[in-house]
Ligand binder design. Structure first.
Ligand code: NAD
Length: 489
């Protein structure tokens, strides 16, 4: 397995200006995988300068040629799929079956989608007064800063960089400090397929230092941020210096509603995927399970049984269904919520602790946890971001909608029913950027992804993302209009 551990600036892997490094850990046993170069302000300045220098040529390259490079990158990711899957599992704790089956394929298809998009994102012609032609160009913004979290570090390279590059921007990306490895390997593949030096720069480093400096930087035209709502607020403040654009993909507290007419077998399995996939470390996780009281007992019997059967283990073992959380600190945070649940009078139906198995003792594990709670409890309002689901019951559709909409967040949500009218009515009433009916957590590079309320603003994916990485320029041409003089002389 190839490990890149240096900063990627101007097409080269380089040490940090002050030589600083920090460790990245294996969440399965707490061992150090590698020391990684740590970017600080001077490195951010250097990377932004490299991206600024590369911008005119990248912008002016035919869109089809830019797209072709992204298509080649998608091919390179597939050619190196197994190695990337192992690397992602090593650094994040994702079970290999998920890294192989979801993270790597989704990364490749997203780059491929935006490779195909590069020459299809067009401007428009506006039907204005006779004698004039008005056309609208979509122009790239320039240097964009991208700051991503640790829960899907490989996949987020494609979500963030795919549309930005296809639209003709150049990039400085800061991965999360605890999962820097896969984005550095992607940088290497980018160089191999011929993406020119400086077009993409990758800066492992700490958020409050490198991330903050990037967000404040006067030569950065936009910051695209995925992470917590608290840091999202800091990004908005930092952006004020030069009024850079901001796109925010923040936290979530997904409501997952099961009606009494649902196909329970499908709902149980889908609801388990909604919360337990990726150890629950997903902004769109279905972390609030809401059950109609008539089916609650039957549902919970099957749901708890399934949760107890999930196989925890070494992420690199293909049979493992749930790996460790990605950091020790985060494990402590999730375990702390298990205590809060009990203090609030919640009833833990399963889990609520680290597993007892000695072979898992060094890893950052938390057992799949299901807690009966009240909708206003902290554990139903705050993002836990772990394999931790709160459960409450409801009696009417109106009550379900009211509970679903009772948090500050509005990212993803789901519902399970066989009633067509109910499905559309409830979906339309949910405060959310994405709703899944009789499924959960579906994503596709063509379908807009993002939230409302404290879940942020702006959209990733599809034409919406291309739009967010370009400015409209309206051009007026007098074709043959006779304009009466405004100041007749
Ligand atoms: P975080 O906000 O702590 O960190 C995210 C990134 O921001 C990291 O790279 C970090 O280094 C950087 N950062 C921290 N402080 C910064 C600052 N002052 N200025 C600039 N950058 C800074 O979040 P996290 O704990 O890494 O990730 C989990 C959070 O991300 C959860 O809230 C989750 O819901 C959210 N998330 C949202 C989405 C989405 O699409 N809406 C997707 C995944 C994760």
């Amino acid at each position: 397995m190839k490990l890149q551990t240096k900063l990627f600036i101007g097409g080269e892997f380089v040490d940090a200006a002050d030589g600083a490094t920090f460790p990245t850990y294996n969440p399965f046993d707490g061992s150090v995988i590698a020391q990684v170069a740590e970017a600080k302000a001077a490195d951010v300045d250097k990377a932004v300068a490299a991206a600024k220098k590369a911008f005119p040529a990248w912008r002016d390259m035919p869109a089809m040629a830019r797209g072709r490079l992204l298509l080649k990158l998608a091919d390179a990711i597939e050619a190196n799929a197994e190695e990337l899957a192992q690397l992602e599992s090593l650094d994040t704790g994702h079970p290999l079956r998920d890294s192989r089956g979801l993270d790597v394929p989704r990364t490749a298809v997203t780059f491929r989608y935006f490779g195909g998009m590069a020459d299809k994102h067009q401007g428009s012609v506006v039907p204005v007064e006779a004698g004039f032609l008005n056309y609208v160009l979509r122009e790239p913004l320039g240097v964009v800063g991208q700051v991503v979290p640790w829960n899907f570090p490989l996949m987020f390279t494609s979500w963030k960089m795919g549309p930005a590059l296809a639209a003709g921007n150049t990039i400085v990306l800061k991965p999360a400090e605890i999962t820097p490895l896969s984005s550095l390997r992607i940088a290497e593949l980018m160089a191999e397929v011929g993406i020119p030096a400086g077009v993409v720069n990758i800066l492992p480093g700490h958020g409050s230092i490198a991330g903050q400096h990037l967000a404040e930087h006067p030569d950065v035209a936009k910051i695209a941020f995925t992470g917590s709502t608290a840091v999202g607020r800091k990004i908005v403040q930092a952006s004020a210096s030069n009024l850079k654009r901001v796109q925010l993909e923040l936290g979530g507290k997904g409501a997952n509603i099961v009606f009494s007419d649902a196909n329970l077998k499908a709902a149980i399995n889908g609801s388990a995927f909604a919360i337990f996939h990726n150890q629950g470390q997903a902004c769109i996780a279905g972390s609030r399970l809401m059950l109609h009281k008539n089916i609650a007992d039957e549902f919970l019997e099957g749901f708890v049984k399934l949760a107890k059967s999930i196989k925890l283990g070494n992420p690199l073992d293909p049979k493992t269904e749930m790996g460790p959380l990605t950091s020790k600190l985060h494990q402590q945070r999730v375990l702390n919520y298990c205590q809060i649940a009990q203090q609030e009078g919640g009833k833990i139906l399963t889990g609520g602790k680290a597993p007892d198995a000695p072979e898992l003792a060094k890893g950052f594990f938390v057992e799949p946890t299901i807690v009966m709670a009240q909708p206003q409890d902290r554990i139903c309002q705050e993002e836990v971001f772990g394999p931790f689901v709160s459960v409450n019951t409801f009696e009417s559709d109106e009550e379900a909608i009211a509970i679903a909409n009772s948090t500050e967040y509005g990212l993803g949500g789901g519902l399970w029913t066989t009633n067509l009218q109910r499905a559309h009515r409830v979906a339309g009433s949910m405060k959310a950027g994405m709703v899944w009916i009789n499924c959960y957590k579906r994503v596709n590079p063509g379908s807009p992804f993002g939230g409302v309320g404290s879940s942020g603003y702006g959209r990733e994916m599809g034409f919406e993302a291309m739009h967010d990485y370009t400015d409209a320029k309206s051009v007026w041409v007098n074709v043959d209009a006779q304009i009466p003089p405004h100041y007749p002389r």
